[in-house]
Design a protein around this ligand. Structure first.
Ligand SMILES: O=C(O)C1=C[C@@H](OP(=O)(O)O)[C@@H](O)[C@H](O)C1
Ligand SMILES: C=C(OP(=O)(O)O)C(=O)O
Length: 408
């Protein structure tokens, strides 16, 4: 379905409650399956978290996790240690193109029994659950941090815990730290020094423990963009957020200052306010190696404001829901932007922003749809296959309408 967004202003002073973090939720769901005394509050209502929850609750021997990357990686590790259980883990056609070899080889070196059903190095996988014989593992850390988090999540269930040696440059480090913080919160001893991580065994977590998921910062990015593209003085409140976040994307509160957006934390809310115009002569430069999921939002904000920008640290973008570098270039160019990309970066030059009637293609990528929607603050814009947003944020379009954006 295509959504047509008419050029609109939002009503200042509104509040929205954003669903729980998909990353925290998927980690906690896996930990809950291993340690049933965990109760989760503010769980994400995203498709990805529902798929994860359904997989863990069922006893099917074929599990299809569709488009959910974290679920694919975390469940690969989980089923590897479910002794006696034999499953096939599969996903969407795009999932079958997203590499998983680094994780599978690491698990196999620990004793896992996993085979590739179609192409070497890619889902679908056949997993025969077993008991691991080893507790030391080495793996490449520059492809996806999800492989590392997957191993960390099952590590306390292993008889002797786990020692991981990470090779190469680490990518998406805040997601590794999020996993470690959640493990610590349920009572697991962890140590992360240089490129080495040690996780102790934990038999059970004792008394029941309630874990409250903070709302999703990646979802908040679209509102940072909306406020950045709004007139000075416009305000918006989002809940439930905290200053000491586990989510690396909370760096938004710093990064968006350059676009004139100031964040105030109070009482589990963040208030975003546009306080000044962004300077048109400034080239915005960010390295997003720690927060790859907000690259699309930032590129589109800069374009909407008529700013030039240079984003680096983007080498993981090409193996996400789509090749996000190519998708951004193609769609921003339709709007008149001057874009160059390479393996690791994107440069937005001076653009011709007078192009009328553009429909943005989303390539089955929720973040393509949501990143381009804020352009409705400065122009009419259509978004194709708009339903893709449900991967992480099912009520996105309704929430935009609540703010006053006209969506048809
Ligand atoms: O662990 C996680 O929850 C995630 C890690 C990141 O992936 P990479 O480590 O592959 O960059 C991020 O892009 C993804 O949306 C969620
Ligand atoms: C990359 C993402 O998710 P995943 O890797 O879990 O599919 C995302 O949500 O932007």
């Amino acid at each position: 379905m295509t959504k047509h967004l008419l050029k609109s202003e939002i009503t200042s002073g509104k509040s929205l409650k954003i669903t729980g973090s998909k990353s925290e939720s998927n980690r906690l769901l896996l930990l809950q399956a291993l340690y049933p005394n965990i109760t989760i509050e503010n769980l994400s209502n995203s498709d990805d978290s529902q798929l994860m929850q359904k997989a863990l609750a069922g006893d099917s021997d074929i599990i299809d996790i569709h488009h959910a990357g974290t679920a694919m990686r975390f469940l690969t590790a989980y089923y590897s240690i479910q002794e006696g259980r034999q499953i096939e883990l599969t996903g969407s056609s795009r999932m079958k193109e997203r590499p998983i070899e680094v994780l599978v080889e690491a698990l196999k070196s620990l004793g896992a029994d996993i085979t590739y059903k179609e192409n070497e190095g890619f889902p679908p996988l056949r997993i025969n659950g077993t008991t691991f014989s080893k507790s030391e593992v080495e793996l490449t850390a520059n492809v996806s941090s999800q492989y590392i988090s997957a191993l960390l999540l099952i590590a306390p269930s292993l008889k002797n815990g786990l020692h991981l040696s990470l090779k190469g440059q680490l990518t998406s480090v805040p997601y590794i730290k999020m996993t470690l913080r959640l493990l610590e919160d349920i009572g697991v001893q962890t140590k992360f020094e240089g490129n080495e991580i040690w996780i102790d065994h934990l038999n059970d977590i004792g008394q029941s423990k309630t874990m409250v998921v903070e709302s999703d910062w990646s979802s908040a990015s679209y509102y940072y963009s909306i406020i950045a593209l709004s007139p000075v003085g416009t305000q918006l409140k989002l809940s439930s957020y905290k200053k000491d976040s586990l989510q690396g994307d909370s760096v938004l509160s710093e990064l968006y200052k350059v676009f004139g957006v100031v964040t105030t934390f109070s009482n589990h809310n963040i208030e975003l306010q546009k306080t000044s115009e962004a300077r048109l002569d400034e080239m915005v430069k960010f390295n997003l190696i720690n927060s790859p999921d907000i690259a699309q939002t930032i590129a589109v904000t800069a374009f909407g404001l008529g700013l030039q920008c240079e984003l680096t640290g983007l080498h993981t973008l090409k193996i996400k829901e789509t090749d996000r570098l190519v998708a951004l270039k193609t769609e921003l160019e339709k709007l008149g932007a001057a874009i160059t990309i390479d393996e690791n970066s994107l440069r937005l030059g001076k653009s011709n922003s007078e192009v009328p009637n553009v429909a943005i293609d989303t390539y089955k990528d929720h973040r393509m749809a949501m990143a381009f929607a804020p352009l409705a603050l400065v122009r009419d814009i259509s978004i194709n296959e708009a339903e893709v947003v449900s991967k992480s944020y099912p009520t996105f379009w309704e929430d935009l309408e609540t703010l006053g954006i006209i969506v048809k």
